[in-house]
Design a protein around this ligand. Structure first.
Ligand SMILES: CC(C)(COP(=O)(O)OP(=O)(O)OC[C@H]1O[C@@H](n2cnc3c(N)ncnc32)[C@H](O)[C@@H]1OP(=O)(O)O)[C@@H](O)C(=O)NCCC(=O)NCCS
Length: 158
C-alpha cells in the first residue's frame, strides 16, 4: 500500500468533499458532539464553491490505489487551513505525506513558519509533525456551533 501526493485538480472536488465529510462525521465525531459535527460537515455542499476554495490555495491530494483519500493546503501567507483524511484511510501515514508536501511548498515559498487551527482530533498528529500549540481557542464558531480548537505553528528552519 503506497500513499502518493499530487496537486489538486478540479475533478478532485467531489472526492475531497467526501474525505472532509467522513473525516468529520466518522473520525472527529469522537471529540465533538453530534451538533458540532453537523455544523462542521453539513449534508449539502456547493461543489463549485468548494472547488473554487480548494483552487484558491496550494492544495494537495493524497491517493491510495488511485483513489483520493485526503487533502491538505497552504496559503501564500503560511496558513495550513485544511487537513482531512477519509475515515477509511486513517492510520496509514496519509496525513504525514500531505503535511510533508505542504512543508516542502512552504519552504519553496520561503516561509519562515506554517500555522494552522487544529481540531482536538488533529492536534496529536500535528504535534507528531513538529507543530507546537500557541493558543487554545475556546471560541470558534461555525454555523452557530462553538468548536474549540488550537492555534499551532511549525517553524521552518532555513
Ligand atoms: C487527524 C488526521 C488528519 C490524521 O490523519 P492520518 O492519516 O490518520 O494520520 P497519519 O496516519 O499520517 O498519522 C500521523 C501521525 O500522528 C499520529 N496520530 C494520529 N492521530 C493520533 C492520535 N489521536 N493520538 C496520537 N497520535 C496520533 C500517528 O501515530 C502518526 O505518528 P507517526 O507518523 O509518528 O507514527 C485524521 O484523523 C483526520 O482527518 N481527522 C478528522 C478531521 C480533522 O480533525 N482534521 C483536522 C482539521 S484542523
Amino acid at each position: 500500500m503506497t500513499v502518493s501526493v499530487r496537486t489538486y485538480q478540479p475533478e478532485d472536488a467531489e472526492p475531497t468533499w467526501e474525505s472532509y465529510f467522513h473525516a468529520i462525521r466518522d473520525t472527529a465525531s469522537k471529540d465533538y458532539s453530534p451538533e458540532q459535527v453537523a455544523a462542521w460537515a453539513p449534508e449539502q455542499v456547493d461543489l463549485e464553491e468548494w472547488n473554487a476554495r480548494r483552487a484558491a490555495a496550494h492544495t494537495f491530494v493524497a491517493l491510495i490505489n488511485d483513489q483520493v483519500v485526503g487533502f491538505s493546503d497552504l496559503t501564500d501567507g503560511g496558513l495550513l487551513d485544511m487537513l482531512f483524511v477519509h475515515s477509511s484511510a486513517t492510520g496509514r501515514g496519509v496525513a504525514r505525506a500531505l503535511v510533508s508536501a505542504v512543508v516542502a511548498k512552504g519552504r519553496s515559498l520561503r516561509l519562515t513558519e506554517i500555522h494552522t487551527h487544529a481540531s482536538r482530533t488533529a492536534r496529536p498528529a500535528f504535534e507528531r509533525f513538529g507543530f507546537e500549540v500557541t493558543r487554545a481557542n475556546e471560541q470558534n464558531w461555525i454555523r452557530g456551533e462553538n468548536l474549540p480548537n488550537y492555534d499551532m505553528r511549525l517553524k521552518l528552519s532555513s
